[in-house]
Write a protein that binds this ligand. Structure first.
Ligand SMILES: Nc1nc2c(ncn2[C@@H]2O[C@H](COP(=O)(O)OP(=O)(O)OP(=O)(O)O)[C@@H](O)[C@H]2O)c(=O)[nH]1
Ligand SMILES: Nc1nc2c(ncn2[C@@H]2O[C@H](COP(=O)(O)OP(=O)(O)OP(=O)(O)O)[C@@H](O)[C@H]2O)c(=O)[nH]1
Ligand SMILES: [Mg+2]
Ligand SMILES: [Mg+2]
Lengths: 295, 278
């Protein structure tokens, strides 16, 4: 693992020449190389800085300048800091036994994979013997309700939708419908929106306040770049996010956005999307994404 | 204030930060900053804008050298193939192109070659209706190449000016899906040898460095002739296109600035570069 980082680091280390121990300047050079790898992997600049200062702190703490095998120690530290920042592993979904339904609200930028992921989560719940209800809360994208309806049909999960109405009211009525009809999980598929869209963010907050979801998941595209900081912060600043789902990680994007979003939101990455089919949802493992980001 | 100072590490770092945060590739950003440093070595900075003006000029140089207009076929229909990764904004961007062409009095047909994703045909059908475009489909599950072929045939028969083909989102790492795209291109060329005359790759403006390899791979599969960068109404800057333009020689032709069909703008290098620094 860590191909790209290993390559970059061995270039730096070979530059140290025959000496066994490294100097402060060598450490600085090493940090610059790590920075290069992380930026090319799409980790946000501010998060890279935070990462490097943690690595430097640990390296100094591990007495790296006296170390006879500094390269091994540094790679070990990088891996540890990355896993520490990407973890903990937490795939649990707290069920609400008081009101009889557990509400999960999905939100995120346009095209991030929310509707598909709603289907994936519904399928996951069915496997765990739950009775989920999908709710078509995107009333603005052409064909969005139909898309969720087709998704639900393909996995035998009911979809709640209304001919017309505001998303807030549709969601509120959907929860009441779920309790009434004996569904135990409600998954709200909301419309994609920009974090800077005041009106739509207020709509999302309304949905949140009216349905009091047990879980709010931010669905993020695995190929996001530096903007991941702003968009994640935009959502996290409005209401409590409980988990992150990174999609489209079946591609070759390095996925640095995972580190960015995790660091900004401060909540666990619960799952990753690894394909278009509704089975393509995997539990998140920090060590796997760590080695991917490091190339 | 920078005035009266000479360039130092802190100033260069803060400039580098702006470039990197705009998703300009780190290697391109470093090169620009080195150029800046070389140019202003030992000179005293006269105004705050001096450094950004220098950078803006350099960036505009990298973007402005290619024509950004849509390619027009010698005789109609002009066929435009739309490709790109999942969720980038292909279907919505087609609506925008159709709207633009319709405003210009053109007869437009849209072909539904995304026969895979749930309700893809329905989504496109609604946009065809809203833009007053003809719509060619064989329904969900049909062979995309068959739809492309018959749409091309019908476009010729019905005297259409522009035929725009929607395709399913796909990751460039999926060999089979990329081969399917090449097949769609070949099949269209069977009907009109020079078609598709234009192949626009839709790039999500929030995408990071992966956009470069996307452009490389899609270009191999369908000879991409232009980029359409979407979602620039958000906070993302789309700086990845600079390297795509430079290393893969594909110009940006349009940008998407919203979810409505009117939210399309022809690419303007000057505006784009100004926005990188705003
Ligand atoms: N390859 C791949 N494609 C995915 C994944 N998740 C979603 N997609 C695809 O990404 C595209 C967008 O997915 P949607 O579910 O429509 O995204 P959305 O967030 O609901 O979009 P909006 O509602 O418009 O904001 C579709 O083509 C999906 O099939 C994934 O994990 N891998
Ligand atoms: N804010 C904003 N949203 C956009 C823009 N272009 C597209 N979108 C939104 O992005 C989402 C995905 O758009 P689609 O047109 O379905 O994307 P697609 O590439 O066809 O998706 P697949 O066919 O599933 O791969 C929708 O919610 C669109 O409204 C844009 O310029 N700005
Ligand atoms: Mg959706
Ligand atoms: Mg589409």
């Amino acid at each position: 693992m860590f191909d790209n980082l290993q390559k970059g680091l061995s270039r730096v280390f070979s530059g140290f020449g025959r000496k066994k121990k490294i100097t402060e300047e060598d450490l600085k050079e090493t940090l610059r190389e790590i920075r290069k790898v992380l930026l090319e992997a799409d980790v946000a600049l501010s998060v890279v800085r935070e990462f490097l200062s943690k690595v430097e702190e640990k390296a100094i703490g591990a007495d790296i300048l006296k170390d006879l095998k500094p390269e091994q120690t540094i790679v070990g530290i990088i891996n540890d800091v990355l896993c520490e920042l990407m973890g903990p592993v937490d795939h649990a979904i707290p069920y609400n036994t008081k009101r009889g339904v557990t509400v999960v609200m999905m939100c995120g930028l346009q095209g991030s994979g929310k509707t598909t992921t709603c289907g994936k989560l519904a399928k996951w719940f069915v496997k765990k013997s739950n009775k989920p209800l999908l709710v078509a809360a995107d009333l603005q994208r052409p064909g969005a309700v139909e898309q969720l309806r087709v998704v639900g049909e393909s996995i035998g999960v009911s979809v709640y939708s209304e001919e017309k109405g505001r998303p807030q009211k549709v969601c509120q009525r959907a929860v009441a419908h779920a309790i009434d009809k004996g569904f135990d999980v409600v998954i709200l598929d909301t419309a994609g929106r920009l974090a800077i869209d005041e009106e739509l963010m207020r709509e999302l907050k309304d949905i949140h306040d009216l349905t009091t979801p047990e879980q709010v998941y931010l669905v993020c595209d695995g190929m996001l770049g530096q903007d991941a900081v702003k968009s994640a912060k935009g959502f996290a600043d409005r209401f409590e996010i409980d988990g992150i789902i990174m999609t489209k990680l079946d591609g070759d994007a390095r996925g640095g956005a995972a580190l960015t979003v995790k660091s900004v939101v401060g909540k666990p990455i619960k799952w990753i999307g690894t394909g278009e089919k509704l089975e393509a949802l995997e539990e998140f493992h920090p060590d796997r994404i760590a080695s991917r980001i490091l190339g | 204030t920078l005035v009266g100072k000479t360039i130092d590490r802190d100033i260069l770092d803060s400039v580098l930060e702006v470039l990197i945060e705009a998703d300009i590739s780190p290697v391109v950003a470093e090169a620009l900053v080195s150029e800046l440093e070389a140019n202003y070595k030992r000179t005293v900075i006269e105004s705050e804008e001096q450094l950004t003006t220098f950078l803006k000029e350099k960036l505009k140089e990298q973007l402005a050298s290619r024509p950004c207009d849509l390619i027009v076929a010698d005789k109609p229909p002009t066929v435009i193939l739309i490709v790109g990764v999942n969720g980038s904004g292909k279907t919505t961007s087609i609506a925008k192109l159709a709207w633009l062409l319709r405003e210009d009095g053109k007869k437009v047909m849209i072909g539904a070659c995304d026969t895979f994703r749930a309700a893809a045909v329905e989504q496109l059908r609604i946009w065809a209706e809203r833009t007053g475009s003809l719509f060619e489909t064989k329904g969900q599950g049909a062979d995309p190449a068959a739809v492309a072929f018959s749409a091309t045939e019908k476009a010729i028969e019905q005297g259409v000016d522009v035929l725009i083909l929607d395709t399913a989102g796909r990751l460039h790492t999926n060999k089979n899906l990329m081969a399917e795209l090449s097949k769609i291109k070949r099949v269209v060329a069977k009907k009109i040898p020079e078609a598709p005359h234009e192949c626009l790759m839709i790039v999500d403006g929030t995408t990071g460095q992966n956009a470069l390899v996307q452009a490389m791979e899609f270009k191999k599969a369908t000879d991409v002739t232009g980029l359409f960068v979407t979602k620039l109404d958000g906070t993302a800057k789309g700086g990845v296109v600079i390297r795509i333009h430079r290393e893969i020689d594909i110009p940006v032709k349009f940008i998407g600035v919203g979810e409505k069909m009117e939210n399309i703008k022809p690419f303007d290098a000057g505006d784009f570069v100004e926005a990188l620094f705003s």
